[in-house]
Design a protein around this ligand. Structure first.
Ligand SMILES: Cc1ncc(COP(=O)(O)O)c(C=O)c1O
Length: 376
């Protein structure tokens, strides 16, 4: 099996540990166990139950507590519609491994999490990219989507909210995409790991699985719950799709780790408190970023509507990878180059980190820009 290098993951693996001001990270400022428990009503009881557990494989496809908690995040899902996997990355992989065969046609939005295109390609699918363009606010163009459909189209991959752009496909547009998918009987896999991180309080956007029979939603404890260390994600789908995934899962995953499941189930009980903490941080930091962009003449962006990342367009005579390496070496500030998304002249910023880290990282980027402009 031939697979392309996963550019963003390679970038992160190579440099992330050197970063003092990590603006490449996409999680909302991660929680420690003690911070998670401080948000909860029953920490002593929780720890006792944790320490007394025998460390078996635990529940194979996710505990009833976990699946029940996750099912409540959807309008119309029962616990049997939920399948636990190792992170959103494991959930996406299992869906693709279960559905895609050589010769299938897959359409995926781009830029996005590269896994959604490169994994189906590695399974022998013919993959078409539906380019998200700044002039269209990084939203899918429906005529272009229609023009990509063939009689072999099996799956359309979306990522809503989108990493890296922070664009959000709202209900009306999502319904039109569903109509197009339905016209060719294609599945839609929607990676929803940033779901709920909306910058406008009045926004609600449905999960694909709640509006389309062949819709498959993937989610994760990493971003919205700030618990990436748990390595727990899930698939939400109709039962026949979950069954197909279970058949394939037996070859890759026995269970996801009972300690991770117990901690995740505990976090789910405190979902509202965690979301409140995280929305407040995301909105505060997004407005700091907006202010900074407005005052930085060589940077522009399409203001993100959701998620924890934004895509910055810069006007400097430096390739994106060199810029990011210089910035890391000289200022300890870490970003992701547009090159990782085949988009030169752009940078991905993750702004949902600690606010002081964001402020210092942005001021370092300003210093770097001024230095370049003086010498150019
Ligand atoms: C869109 C998207 N999907 C999936 C993942 C994988 O995250 P995890 O496996 O931690 O849930 C990421 C991580 O950055 C992501 O941005």
């Amino acid at each position: 099996m031939n697979v392309k290098e996963f550019s963003v993951e390679k970038w992160m693996n190579t440099y992330e540990m050197e970063a003092k001001y990590n603006l490449a990270e996409t999680c909302v400022d991660s929680l420690s166990l003690s911070k998670l428990l401080a948000l909860s009503d029953e920490p002593d009881e929780f720890f006792r139950s944790l320490f007394d557990k025998k460390l078996t494989y635990g529940y194979i496809d996710g505990s009833p507590y976990f699946k029940e908690g996750i099912s409540k995040l959807y309008k119309d899902m029962a616990p049997e519609n939920i399948l636990a996997m190792n992170g959103g990355i494991g959930a996406n992989f299992l869906v693709l491994y279960s559905l895609i065969k050589p010769g299938d046609h897959v359409i995926s939005v781009w830029p996005t999490y590269q896994q959604l295109c490169s994994v189906p390609e590695s399974f022998g699918a013919d993959v078409s990219l539906l380019k998200l363009k700044p002039e269209n606010n990084f939203l899918p163009d429906l005529d272009e989507l229609k023009s990509l459909i063939t009689d072999k189209t099996k799956l359309i991959c979306l990522n809503n909210p989108n990493n890296p752009t922070g664009a959000l496909i709202e209900e009306e547009l999502l319904m039109e995409i569903v109509e197009i998918a339905s016209s060719c009987d294609a599945y839609i896999l929607c990676d929803e790991v940033y779901k709920g991180l909306y910058h406008n309080d009045n926004l609600t956007v449905p999960s694909i699985v709640d509006i389309y029979e062949k819709g498959i939603s993937t989610g994760s404890m990493s971003k919205v719950f700030s618990l990436a260390g748990l390595r727990l994600g899930w698939i939400a789908a109709q039962k026949d799709i979950i069954d197909e995934c279970c058949k394939h899962r037996d070859y890759t995953t026995i269970s996801c780790g009972m300690l991770d499941d117990i901690i995740a189930s505990h976090a789910l009980k405190n979902y509202n408190k965690i979301l409140e903490r995280n929305l407040s941080l995301v909105k505060k930091n997004a407005s700091i970023l907006e202010n900074w962009v407005e005052n930085e003449p060589f940077i522009n962006y399409i203001k993100p509507k959701a998620g924890s990342t934004a895509f910055l367009k810069y006007d400097l005579p430096v390739p994106s990878e060199k810029l990011c390496i210089d910035l890391l070496n000289n200022y300890g500030t870490f970003l992701v180059p547009g090159k990782c998304f085949d988009m030169e002249g752009w940078l991905r910023i993750g702004y949902a980190c600690d606010t002081q880290v964001l402020k210092k990282g942005l001021s370092n980027l300003s210093e770097y820009i001024n230095k370049i402009k003086k010498t150019a």
